[in-house]
Design a protein around this ligand. Structure first.
Ligand code: KIV
Ligand code: ZN
Length: 390
């Protein structure tokens, strides 16, 4: 049975780039946009065109070079924003305007000092106006995570009627639990008239470390687009991480969902974004962290050497990592030492391994990690250098 597609909406260049220190110039953004297109994302949110002349130019230039993906520009529910976004997107082969407004009581009362009815009216006006420029209009209900479901459903119904093609349900503050977020998506599917004419989209922030879990709960409950960023960068604690949701769907065929992403480009794309933004990836980051395929304890190393799948659920090659790493530390056992020694040219007998292992532990207690050059030194101390074959 063929799997249903979940669209990947990448907002690295908008929600990701607005993080302090992550600012990119237009040339850097073009390199990343080209790579995102090659990676297979369905939508590239290229920026917020009215926010600055630089962002406007970046959206224009990205719209010119992207070949496959839809190119999207963010706006508030403000006429001028929409006009500027439409102008910035005029060269895009597949343009999308992403407009919206806050829908939670907190946003309505404090940010807009408005009523619920006025918010619906502004939402409809914005979507209808955006529709005069492009066919593809995505509406975001900012702070949908804390918006009561009944009102949210009314907003969604009204903007679908005005022509919205995609409904973005952001958990802007990263507040929701996965069950709650999933139930919200299900509620909208069950209660919004015309929902079959629109795609529900998950846009989750990571304030409680739940962005990925919430996005997956969203697609399990019927959303068919996930908004995410490379390495999970984004406001505060970040956005849903693209590489995580892609690999979760791939590793769980039972969900019967997949994306168009070429997963073999995930690792190199992660490094490209990290380097150009000057934003390091934490070593224990799922999928793309330096330790994601590194094994350091003796028990795990022994298991992986016998059969990689004992401790790895993903083949590193599937995400573009050349091989699993066996990291030698004082917690490593003989199997790992023999494995690494062989890699650098020493085939040890059982007796030799016993001797070398004693010396290895002395070295390892003095260092965080034993490197290839340390192995050569240990062999010298054990007077075994001459057995080296490579
Ligand atoms: O988190 C959010 O609500 C957003 C919207 C502007 C889409 O980024
Ligand atoms: Zn966001």
């Amino acid at each position: 049975m063929s799997k249903e597609k979940v669209q990947i909406f990448d907002t690295t260049l908008r929600d990701g780039e607005q993080v302090p220190g992550c600012k990119l110039n237009t040339d850097q953004k073009l390199i990343i946009a080209r790579r995102l297109d090659e990676l297979g994302v369905d939508v590239i949110e290229a920026g917020f065109p009215i926010s600055s002349p630089g962002d406007f130019t970046s959206v224009v230039e990205i719209a010119k070079i992207v070949k496959n993906a839809t190119v999207c520009g963010l706006t508030r529910a403000v006429k001028k924003d929409i006009e500027v976004a439409a102008e910035a997107l005029k060269y895009a082969q597949k343009p999308r305007i992403h407009t919206g407004i806050g829908t939670s009581d907190s946003h309505i009362t404090h940010k807009f000092k408005a009523t619920r009815e006025e918010i619906i009216e502004r939402a409809v006006t914005a979507v209808s106006y955006a529709k005069t420029f492009v066919d593809d209009v995505e509406f975001y209900a900012e702070d949908a995570g804390r918006t009561d479901n009944e009102f949210l459903a009314r907003v969604c119904e009204a903007v679908i009627e005005a022509g919205a093609t995609v409904l973005n349900i952001p958990d802007t503050t990263g507040y929701c639990l996965p069950e709650e977020y999933g139930a919200k998506i299900k509620y909208l599917r069950d209660h919004v008239k015309g929902i079959e004419n629109a795609t529900l989209s998950c846009h989750c922030h990571n304030d409680l470390g739940l962005a990925t879990a919430n996005s997956i709960a969203g697609v399990i409950n019927g959303a068919r687009q996930i908004e995410c960023t490379i390495n999970g960068i984004g406001e505060r604690a970040g956005n849903t991480s693209l590489e995580e949701v892609v690999m979760i769907l791939r590793q769980h065929p039972d969900l019967n969902l997949d994306t168009n992403i070429n997963s073999k480009l995930l690792y190199s794309t992660s490094r490209m974004v990290s380097e150009s933004m000057g934003m390091p990836v934490q070593p224990n980051k799922a999928i793309v962290g330096a330790n994601a395929f590194a094994h350091s304890s003796g028990i795990h190393q022994d298991g992986v050497i016998k059969n990689r799948e004992t401790y790895e659920i993903i083949d590193p090659a599937d995400v573009g990592v050349t091989e699993s790493a066996i990291v030698l530390t004082a917690r490593s056992g003989r199997a790992a030492l023999a494995y690494r020694a062989k890699k650098v040219g020493y085939e040890l007998t059982k007796l030799q391994l016993d001797e070398v292992y004693g010396e290895f532990l002395k070295f390892a207690d003095m260092k965080k990690e034993i490197l290839d050059e340390d192995i050569h030194e240990i062999m010298q101390v054990c007077k075994l250098s001459e057995i080296r074959t490579v």
